[in-house]
Design a protein around this ligand. Sequence first.
Ligand code: GTP
Ligand code: MG
Length: 428
Amino acid sequence: MLAFRESIIFIICITCSLGSTDFCTKYGDKIECQEKSKFTRYILYDVNPPEGFNLRRDVYMRMSVFARKMQQNFGDWHLVLPPWGQLYHWQSIDVGLQELLPWSLFFNVSSLQQFAPVMEMHQFLQEIGTSSLDLVYILQHYADAFESGKWEEKFEVEPCHEDNKYTHVNVGNYRGPFWGYTNITAKQVECLSFHGHASQLQEVIKDLDARTIMFDHAEIALHDTFGDALYWKARRSMRFASVLVKLASNFRSEYLNSTDKADGTVRPDDWTQETPREGVLGGPYLCAHMRRKDFLWGRPKQIPSLESAAHQIKDHLEKLKLSTIFIATDAPNSEFQELEQHLSQYQVLRYKPSKIVKQTYKDGGVAIIDQIICSHARYFLGTYESTFSFRIQEEREIMGFDSETTFNRLCGDKEKKCNKPSMWRIVF
Ligand SMILES: Nc1nc2c(ncn2[C@@H]2O[C@H](COP(=O)(O)OP(=O)(O)OP(=O)(O)O)[C@@H](O)[C@H]2O)c(=O)[nH]1
Ligand SMILES: [Mg+2]
């Protein structure tokens, strides 16, 4: 089947049918043409390499809204899910390669597909039967983007402002990072200065003939709308892979006396059936997400010492009349142990994956299990400006927790004005 597919040559046929541009496929001597609007076409994307997992989830939301609109307005467009890999935070060396990971490892792909026409990269490669993309746009900010002060949606192909990792091998053949696939190339690569919402990308590609178009630095395109019902639909469709939910549930029931039934967090399997909820109880524990590592020097004023964090946690536990605390953190074990010592009169827990769970679901899966456990807690304390914490807050909004139990954070030791995080309330 694959060999047959590989022998197919896709060509753009300008004259096949009365002046309209069709896509034609050559099978041996025979050419079959189809109207462009009926032909399956693909949008691919990638994100600035240093960005973490949880910002990438946000970029996905922008691209899924865009792809959904492309399909509604301009024919059979699909969004190809960029494989996960080589993230800065994924530092475990005992879990095998952490690259080319499919979305199904972390998310429920059928759930995503109920919001937008998405597919995994392996399915794309099988369907398209070629690994040469028609066109890559590297998005870049306008050189004067932040000078004029006037908001204006615009885009244009311009010389690249910065070096990039795409190299021109010969005519119609570029090599590039392509998520770590060494066999993927591109026929054309352009820098596209871009200012505006992700949906403006519709204007960029709607009249093109290219069948496979990739946007690199997709994070440059903004959310169409932030915080409205469509935004939250995209967000709600991002259900985690059921096996990760199960692993988190097992931990909750075994160590935290927490079950969906008792906590009031039973949800329909299908997110489209979800309705607004409020006053959800959550499990009898407090969760603190303590972001450490690079945040210690990146946001030194807002990240507390372990001693101060323990004090703050104690205060909350007393008020809430709870005695169990779950810690989600990227801290090394030595820091966790120090924190435990400061909280010796309480039950302090951390999720420790079995060897097999860690090998299978890797750092990304373990982080998601931490997030799921935190999202079910009676009370959540996050870290200042951590997207990891933001995603937990959103999950709690979806489940229907009171916002006072969700939008809280740990404060820096000498922070004069420790403002609460902004409340992004769910909209249905
Ligand atoms: N297991 C686990 N991993 C964590 C935890 N906190 C951070 N990490 C790891 O560090 C990564 C955090 O990076 P991001 O997703 O960029 O979130 P962030 O760094 O908090 O936020 P920004 O960089 O400000 O966007 C996660 O994806 C995890 O790999 C945690 O509580 N538990
Ligand atoms: Mg980060």
